[in-house]
Design a protein around this ligand. Structure first.
Ligand SMILES: [Ca+2]
Ligand SMILES: [Ca+2]
Ligand SMILES: [Ca+2]
Ligand SMILES: [Ca+2]
Ligand SMILES: [Zn+2]
Length: 333
C-alpha cells in the first residue's frame, strides 16, 4: 500500500504507541479514530473478506426468472466487482424468462418468407412465429406472392393490381336466388308448385281426359318462376352479344353462356314474362287415337291454345302445344 503525504503526517501523529503489524491495520485503526474526514486518507470502506449481495439491473427484475443477485467481496479495504450476477437479456424461445418480467417466452416474432421487396405490398403480409415449449413454430399467417388473377387484388405483390387483365364489356349472368328457379336450373323442368289452383284442376282433368280417350299426355313445362324466365332471356341476349365479340377478356363468360344456351335449348328469344310465370300455362305433347281432337279434349278442362305471346315459333310443331286456362270458366263447369 502506498503511503501518501497526509497519511505520512498522520502516521507520525497517531502511529506512535499503536501496536500494529502492518500499514493496513494501522490505517484501519486511524480511520476508526478520526473517521473518513480527510479525502487523501482513503479510509477502507470494508473489512477484508467481508461479502455483500449486489445487483446492477433494475431492482424489480432481481430474483425474477433467470435473474440473480451476485456477490461483492472486500479486498484491501475496497469492494470488488459484483461477481456471479445474472442480468436481464433479450427474451428468446427457450422455455426460460430471459428478460425477467415474470413471463416465460413472452415473444411472437414477426416473420416473412416471401421475396425481398414484396412484404406489405398487395396481399402480401407478415406472419408470426409462435413460441411453444421452447420451440418456435413456422411462420403462421404469412401471405407470400401468388399468381396474378383478375380479382381486384394485387396477388403477386408487385405493386400493380390485375395487370394483364381487361374487363369484358358484357357483365356476368345474374345469379339465381329463387329456390324454384334454382330447381329448374338444376334440371327439374316440370314444376307444378306455383300453378294457380284453377290451372292445377285443369291439368288433372286434362290428364284424365286424354287417358280416358285412349291417348297419352306428356307435360313438358308447367310453372316457371319469373327469375327463371328472366334467366332464359338473359342467356339469349348475352349469347348474341358474346358471339359477336372477340375480346379475350370475354372468353370465360362466352363459354359459360354458350353452354347455358345449349343446355336450355333456346330457339327463340324468351318473353319478358309469360303465362308460365303467372302459373296459368303448361307445355305438353301427346299421342291420340285417330279421330280424337286434342283441342276438344282440352276444352272440356277449360284449356285452350295457343298462347300468342309466348314461344310462337314452337307452336304447332311436333304435336307440341301450350295451353292456358281461364279460371272463371273453370268455376262454371
Ligand atoms: Ca419474459
Ligand atoms: Ca425465453
Ligand atoms: Ca400484381
Ligand atoms: Ca389480381
Ligand atoms: Zn341456365
Amino acid at each position: 500500500m502506498e503511503i501518501r503525504g497526509q497519511q505520512r503526517l498522520l502516521l507520525a501523529k497517531w502511529g506512535a504507541g499503536v501496536d500494529v503489524v502492518n500499514y493496513s491495520a494501522l490505517i484501519t485503526h486511524v480511520c476508526h479514530i478520526i473517521g473518513n474526514k480527510v479525502d487523501e486518507w482513503q479510509c477502507p470502506s470494508c473489512s477484508n473478506g467481508q461479502t455483500i449481495s449486489c445487483y446492477s439491473g433494475a431492482s424489480e427484475t432481481k430474483g425474477v426468472g433467470e435473474c440473480r443477485a451476485g456477490t461483492q467481496t472486500c479486498t484491501n479495504g475496497q469492494w470488488g466487482a459484483c461477481q456471479g450476477e445474472v442480468l436481464p437479456t433479450e427474451e428468446i424461445c427457450d422455455g426460460l424468462d430471459n428478460n425477467c418480467n415474470g413471463l416465460v417466452d413472452d415473444i411472437s416474432p414477426i416473420c416473412y418468407t416471401g421475396p425481398a421487396g414484396t412484404q406489405g405490398i398487395g396481399i402480401c403480409k407478415t406472419g408470426t412465429h409462435v413460441c411453444e415449449n421452447g420451440i418456435l413454430s413456422a411462420c403462421i399467417g404469412v401471405v407470400t406472392p401468388q399468381e396474378e388473377v383478375c380479382d381486384g387484388l394485387d396477388n403477386n405483390c408487385d405493386g400493380t393490381t390485375d395487370e394483364g387483365c381487361t374487363t369484358c364489356a358484357v357483365s356476368p349472368l345474374t345469379p339465381l336466388t329463387d329456390p324454384l328457379a334454382i330447381r329448374m336450373e338444376n334440371g327439374e323442368t316440370v314444376i307444378y308448385d306455383g300453378l294457380t289452383t284453377a290451372m292445377q284442376q285443369s291439368v288433372d282433368c286434362f290428364s284424365d281426359t286424354v287417358f280416358n280417350a285412349g291417348g297419352t299426355l306428356n307435360i313438358t313445362s308447367a310453372y316457371r318462376p319469373l327469375q327463371y324466365q328472366q334467366h332464359l332471356r338473359e342467356v339469349w341476349d348475352k349469347y348474341d352479344l358474346l358471339e359477336n365479340t372477340s375480346d379475350p377478356a370475354c372468353d370465360e363468360l362466352k363459354s359459360e353462356v354458350r353452354e347455358e344456351f345449349q343446355r336450355h335449348r333456346l330457339r327463340y328469344r324468351p318473353a319478358r314474362t309469360s303465362r308460365h310465370t303467372a302459373g296459368t300455362a303448361i307445355d305438353a305433347s301427346w299421342n291420340l287415337p285417330a279421330g280424337q281432337s286434342i283441342d276438344a279434349l282440352a276444352n272440356r278442362c277449360v284449356l285452350s291454345r295457343p298462347v300468342a305471346n309466348d314461344c310462337p315459333a314452337r307452336l304447332f310443331r311436333n304435336n307440341y302445344f301450350e295451353f292456358k286456362v281461364s279460371p272463371t270458366r273453370f268455376s262454371s263447369l
